[in-house]
Design a protein around this ligand. Structure first.
Ligand code: NAD
Length: 351
């Protein structure tokens, strides 16, 4: 602690490390104090930016001022640093994905239990506006019973040409964006998952997946399609949700989109569409009399709540928002997805 402020030491002063450094300037009770990075240039930058620069992780752990260790290195180093931090008596926050397997995650949870130290993960996309909006629509039953949810993120730049393309570092899109959109989906649908199907893409990278489809079959019969693409020059909507009384579409991260609800099932308003080679009544668009279009609800969300929760947990005033059981379930879904892809089959899950 420095005064009454919790002192954070960061491991890994790269892209996300800088993001945390900026965010941690905005709190009264927690702040970024020191940094360790394996790269001397990053360490020099940390020093120039006014932080304590540690020459080794051991030096960081030996600093009694440090309360919290935040790990933002490539994915394969999270486990070692998180366990080291807890054993040194520090609370530990890992960037996502928490680690590379459920066995490794169990080791981390075991050390947290043994030492009594906070261990959690920065699942920041729980605070994204697009997710909050779709969750409100789901929770408030604005579409009636839901039968299908599609969650996609699309880009066109392939996997960044760094460690994210290498298996040894825990690269690939399942572990990168997949962990975010799975975490969101499992929070959205509070049901057992009966089975999982997945297909990994290798358009620009053969070593790791550069995109995927994962289909979750829930206990009630609803299905969720999760998709990441990195070779998509036209993006499909961020969210598409189908219920018995309507459809919601969230177009993008800015939570733009609309809801269309049915107002009159009895009115058979279909005027057949005549195509070049036939006609169809089934696919005829509805006329305005039987549907109502409305804007998406507005939901306030603030990423500062993540660190506010960390502070409250450290003070013993709250439970951690990102819980071990949630992390483990997402990890197991990812493992089942890789297995489904390997087998080319649907695999049972929580049946
Ligand atoms: N939550 C999010 O929204 C989000 C977004 C981007 C990245 N991330 C996660 O943050 C982590 C870092 O990603 P990034 O984009 O910042 O990567 P990056 O490559 O930009 O930065 C990684 C940093 O770690 C340092 N490093 C590498 N190996 C190290 C080691 N063994 N010990 C100490 N330092 C080491 C590198 O020198 C570099 O400065 C990853 O786990 C990634 O999945 C999360």
């Amino acid at each position: 602690m420095v005064g009454n402020k919790y002192a954070v030491a960061l491991v890994g002063y790269g892209g996300m490390g800088h993001w945390h450094a900026r965010l941690l300037k905005e709190f009264e009770e927690i702040f970024l104090y020191g940094i360790y990075d394996i790269n001397p240039e990053k360490l020099a930058a940390a020093k120039a930016d006014g932080y304590v620069a540690y020459n080794s992780f051991a030096e960081l752990c030996a600093d009694e001022t440090v309360d919290v260790v935040l790990v933002a290195t490539p994915n394969d180093f999270h486990k070692e640093y998180i366990i080291g931090a807890m054993r040194a008596g520090k609370a530990a926050i890992s960037e996502k994905p928490v680690t590379l397997s459920s066995a490794d995650l169990q080791d981390m949870i075991d050390v947290s239990r043994e030492t009594g130290k906070l261990f959690t993960v920065h699942q920041n996309r729980r605070w994204d506006g697009d997710f909050r909006v779709i969750k409100k629509i789901y929770d408030e039953g604005m579409l009636g019973d839901i039968h299908r949810i599609e969650s996609r993120v699309h880009g066109s730049r392939g996997i960044p040409g760094d460690w994210r393309g290498q298996k040894v570092h825990g690269g690939g899109m399942v572990l990168d964006w997949g962990v975010h959109i799975l975490d969101q989906m499992l929070l959205l649908v509070p049901e057992k998952i009966k089975s999982i199907y997945a297909h990994m893409h290798h358009v620009t990278n053969y070593e790791v997946d550069d995109g995927f489809e994962i289909v979750l079959h829930f206990e009630s019969g609803k299905t969720a399609l999760l998709e990441v693409g990195t070779s998509n020059f036209i993006n499909l909507p961020r969210w598409y949700m189908l219920g018995e009384n309507g459809t919601a579409q969230v177009d993008n991260f800015h939570a733009e989109g609309k809801i269309v609800n049915i107002t009159n099932w009895d009115n058979r308003d279909a005027v057949p569409i005549v195509t070049a080679a036939g006609l169809t009544k089934t696919m005829a668009p509805r006329t305005k009399e039987t549907i109502k279009e409305q804007p998406l609800p507005v939901v306030e969300s603030d990423i500062h709540d993540y660190y506010k929760n960390i502070v409250a947990v450290l003070k013993g005033e709250a439970e951690q928002i990102v819980r071990h059981d949630q992390l483990m379930r997402v990890m197991r879904v990812m493992e089942a997805a890789f297995e489904a892809d390997r087998l080319g089959q649907i695999v049972p899950f929580e049946a």
